[in-house]
Design a protein around this ligand. Structure first.
Ligand code: URP
Ligand code: ZN
Ligand code: ZN
Length: 472
């Protein structure tokens, strides 16, 4: 089966140019000067032609931070691998990297096998795994080597937050970082001082402060900045182990990352759309219990401070390398409601895997980001950071034919009425986007075209990832 995408503007991190893209089977076969492929000299007769005139042709989005079916806060994230990857496909994301989970006392390989069992045969788009280490001990450290060498799992998430759940102390963090430095893995860090946060949470509840906004007020910026700086210091002690700060939300945490990068350190960071658009006051502080929809960690930050402005700047300057979603959806009914009367019992997480490509394109439409940087932060750098490049993240001969045709003249309205995620609300209800996903192709299969969905569960394949392209 061959496919010719004609008339579009191909966009990559280094520029944009008019080109026709030929797909043969699952891969990109060639790029042609406009019109040349189908001319007598080009000699291409494709089985199917997609007219992309006036549209952008970009590599499929790669969301490197999702949590399908994550057990958390006494319940499970509401998207399965099937529903979540179907929603991802609708929004132009053709690869996800989710998190397998090991807790204290559990065997790391068992955790990976359990998550493979949930995902294998169920995904609409390609998928890989990072490994959450919730119990760093001698066995877990050995398992890191095996996952890197044999399983294509080359990144490990640690938590400085959530004591008693996923938390690692500084000694555990350091040992895992030392191991990663040796085996080539990258350490992903949830950087919040969970011990101090738990004190603040207990004090707030004792004062009768039970509403969702207190989730944010008990996780102040200082405790994200402190943990970020501590993680950077520990990574430096571990001979500059590559460190990737996840879901960075706050200006002072970004400052710490920026300083480390100015010093030439192996430190990287992501942010998520919720931290670029939503606020402590307007969403988390919504009247009554409604703010529970936006309880996530790190939390939404105050609109009276400079976070949104600084995070967009960080995306431009590359101190923030990637936009992921940290997609961790919970329904309001029966799930978020577990925390009525006690904000600390609200399951943490926001769903957004379907909207990342659009929401960051809105930054382009608003003049905050270039087209090239949009593609780089949502597709190319994710592939490079997590060992998928050049198979993914670029429109080039030999790469997987994961392609999105994006309509810059289109329009998207985000709503629970139209989204495909398994959630009974939308964190971005009513948001208007000045652009629209038009066509989505995954390994040469057209998943979405002309408003119709053709994907199926089982199309998505497990990705054995290599080491990060950014390793030095
Ligand atoms: O609130 C969040 N972020 N939930 C998902 C788990 C995590 O910490 O990434
Ligand atoms: Zn986290
Ligand atoms: Zn997460």
């Amino acid at each position: 089966m061959s496919l010719l995408i004609t008339g579009g503007t191909v966009v990559g991190p280094t520029g944009r140019y008019p080109a026709d893209v030929l797909v043969e089977g699952e891969t990109i076969a060639a790029l042609f000067a406009p019109g040349r492929a189908a001319s007598p000299e080009g000699g291409v007769t494709a089985d199917r032609t997609i007219d992309a005139t006036g549209k952008l042709v970009i590599p499929g989005g790669i969301d490197v931070h999702t949590h399908m079916e994550l057990p958390f806060g006494g319940t499970n994230a509401s998207d399965t691998f099937e529903t979540g990857t179907r929603a991802a496909a609708h929004g132009g994301t053709t690869t996800i990297i989710d998190f397998a989970l090991q807790r204290t006392g559990e065997v790391v390989q068992d955790g990976l096998a359990a998550w493979r069992a949930k995902a294998d045969g169920n995904c609409h788009v390609d998928y890989g795994f990072h490994m959450i280490l919730g119990g760093v001990d001698d066995d877990a450290l050995k398992a890191m080597d095996q996952l890197v060498a044999d399983e294509g799992v080359t990144s490990f998430k640690l938590f400085m937050a959530y004591p008693g759940v996923f938390y690692s102390d500084d000694g555990q963090v350091l040992r895992a970082m030392q191991r990663a430095r040796e085996n080539g893995a990258i350490i992903m860090m949830h950087a919040e001082n969970g011990i101090a946060i738990d004190v603040l949470v207990g004090q707030a509840l004792a004062r009768g402060e039970t509403d969702p906004i207190h989730h944010g007020l008990t996780r102040p910026e200082a405790l994200e900045a402190e943990a970020t700086s501590r993680a950077i210091a520990l990574a430096s002690v571990a001979r500059d182990c590559p460190l990737y700060i996840v879901h960075l939300s706050a200006s002072r945490a970004l400052d710490a990352v920026g300083r480390a990068r100015d010093d030439g350190r192996n430190v990287f960071a992501e942010t998520c759309p919720q931290y670029l658009y939503l606020t402590l006051e307007d969403q988390l502080g919504a009247p009554g219990f409604a703010g529970a929809k936006w309880v996530c960690s790190t939390p939404l930050r105050s609109k009276h401070e400079s976070h949104h402005r600084d995070l967009w700047r960080g995306l431009r300057s590359n101190d923030l390398a990637i936009v992921s979603t940290d997609h961790c959806p919970f329904c309001f009914k029966d799930q978020k409601e577990l925390g009525i009367g006690d904000f600390s019992k609200i399951p943490n997480g926001i769903g957004g895997v379907e909207h990342r490509v659009d929401l960051i394109y809105q930054g382009v439409a608003d003049g905050k980001l270039s087209l090239e940087r949009w593609v780089e932060t949502i597709a190319t750098t994710p592939a490079r950071m997590f060992g998928l490049y050049p198979r993914k993240g670029v429109i080039a001969p030999g790469s997987d034919a994961d392609i999105v045709v994006y309509d810059p003249a289109g329009h998207t309205r985000i709503s629970v009425e139209t989204h495909h995620m398994n959630m009974d609300h939308s964190a971005y209800e009513g948001y208007e986007i000045s652009g629209a996903v038009n066509t989505v192709i995954s390994r040469g299969s057209v998943l979405l075209a002309d408003g119709e969905y053709h994907g199926r569960k089982g199309h998505g394949e497990f990705l054995r990832r290599g080491l990060s392209s950014y390793l030095v």
